[in-house]
Ligand binder design. Structure first.
Ligand SMILES: Nc1ncnc2c1ncn2[C@@H]1O[C@H](COP(=O)(O)OP(=O)(O)OP(=O)(O)O)[C@@H](O)[C@H]1O
Ligand SMILES: [Mg+2]
Length: 439
């Protein structure tokens, strides 16, 4: 039968002109619609031209997961980490399940269309909802709304935060599992409190931002020497607010158009971070030329301009998605173009500096479980004289803490600090008496 059917299909395709075929199909569909008592609504995975995944689609997917698990024959499984219910089941393509709400029965089916041209083929998945004509109003006004609401709730609960990185004009992601928190971040407590308050106020400020007519976003510039916790703080921010993290690698972005596409695809509740902004791209229109003359050896194939980046931060497209934080990190704030970091664009400038005594106490508590020790005053005075990054201090604490002896560990830190201090003093003397020494 199948062979016969294929044969007839091939004959039809060959001998019927496509117009005639479309014509027949159209009228056949009309006749079918006339006879069928059912109405059908389709929810596509991607709305627009494949820019963002439709929220309705994921809500429906979540809503149907329990029904699918009970009814469908073929399922797709995914493991969600950090979730109370790690196994997530959704129905595979071309499955159908039924659902009942307030006595009305509906049918959900999953499917996909495959469109292809010479270069690539693209799958577009969808869910279609079928129900009897007489329930049309009830379904449209009540049922769908409650499906979306419940689905969004489930998604919110199972949400696994993600770490995105850009690949061409798309984002790839892995689960975000960095454990950094503000509690374990070593810095002055007042400064820390200030940042946490600022972040929390931002995340609760949706209404405020819309009232004053501003897009709901905020920019942070983190600057300071290496190893002072800039990247750690970005992770802590994402953990505090439970946002996704988008790590934007500017050198991998071809041009401004690609940057714009990336911007559109960022979801709500996101932190976008551009690390080491001073070295990720030549963003300084005129200065770029000067650098060429200076024989910059590095060749960059990224053609992003400063204006492209400014648009990424606060152009019209940057507000798609809402609730967004942009963070720049750099070792040299003074190298950046002032336009890039002016207030309003980078609202808050945070300096991350060398380890002070307060920061040390946080580290000592994290690494050694110490609130106080008789060696602390000595360390306090040394930290006042020597510039050492929290990363280096943490390193001396972590290496020796395996021995379990807090005293050895702290003495080691003191030795390191004293060594560094002697170097500082010697350097100063060198400057003064370089000649004499040589003589
Ligand atoms: N303020 C801090 N509090 C706690 N740990 C810190 C702090 N600063 C640095 N560390 C530790 O040092 C490591 C390196 O820090 P991090 O990567 O955040 O530095 P960074 O400022 O981003 O440096 P770079 O400028 O080189 O990117 C971290 O893994 C963290 O464990
Ligand atoms: Mg870093």
């Amino acid at each position: 039968m199948i062979a016969g059917f294929m044969f007839i299909k091939a004959i039809l395709e060959q001998y019927f002109p496509s117009q005639l075929r479309n014509y027949i199909e159209k009228h056949f569909q009309k006749l079918f619609n006339f006879l069928s008592p059912y109405v059908q609504i389709t929810f596509n995975e991607f709305s627009g031209k494949r820019l963002t995944r439709s929220e309705a689609f994921s809500a429906i997917e979540a809503y149907l997961s329990s029904t699918s698990a009970a009814q469908a024959q073929r399922l797709k499984a995914e493991i969600l980490k950090n979730s109370t219910n790690p196994l997530s089941l959704t129905m595979d393509d071309y499955e159908e399940v039924s659902d009942e709400y307030e006595g009305v029965k509906v049918f959900w089916a999953s499917g996909k269309t495959i469109s292809s041209n010479q270069n690539f083929s693209e799958e577009k998945r969808f869910y279609s909802l079928k129900f009897h004509k007489k329930h049309r109003n009830f379904i449209i006004e009540t049922y769908i709304n409650q499906v979306l609401k419940q689905g969004n709730l489930i998604n919110e609960k199972n949400r696994q935060r993600k770490l995105f990185t850009n690949n061409g004009s798309y984002w790839n992601h892995v689960p975000f599992e960095n454990p950094a928190t503000f509690q374990t971040l070593a810095m002055e407590s007042k400064k820390k409190r200030d940042i946490v308050d600022d972040l929390l106020a931002f995340s609760k400020g949706g209404e405020f931002y819309s009232r004053i007519g501003r897009a709901w976003k905020r920019g942070y510039l983190l600057y300071g020497p290496p190893g002072t916790g800039k990247s750690t703080m970005v992770a802590a921010m994402a953990n505090l607010l439970e946002y996704d993290l988008y790590d934007l690698e500017l050198t991998a972005v071809k041009d401004n158009t690609e940057l714009k596409q990336l911007s559109i695809a960022i979801s709500s509740k996101a932190i976008v971070v551009i690390e080491d902004i001073d070295c990720s791209a030549d963003l300084t229109g005129e200065r770029a030329k000067k650098q060429e003359n200076d024989n910059v050896t590095e060749s960059r194939n990224s053609k992003i301009t400063l204006s492209g980046l400014l648009n990424f931060i606060d152009g019209l497209w940057s507000t798609c998605g809402g609730e967004r934080i942009i963070v720049f990190t750099t070792n040299y704030a003074e190298k950046l173009d002032p336009a890039l970091i002016r207030k309003g664009r980078m609202d808050k400038h945070i300096e991350m500096s060398y380890c002070g005594f307060e920061a040390f106490k946080v580290l000592a508590k994290n690494y050694l479980g110490l609130e106080w020790h008789h060696l602390f005053p000595r360390i306090d005075s040394l930290l006042g004289m020597v510039k050492m990054s929290p990363a280096d201090v943490a390193e001396t604490l972590i290496n020796k803490s395996g021995l379990g002896d807090v005293e050895i560990c702290l003495r080691n830190l003191i030795l390191t600090l004293e060594g560094a201090e002697r170097e500082v003093v010697m350097e100063d003397e060198d400057h003064v008496g370089m000649k004499e020494t040589l003589d």
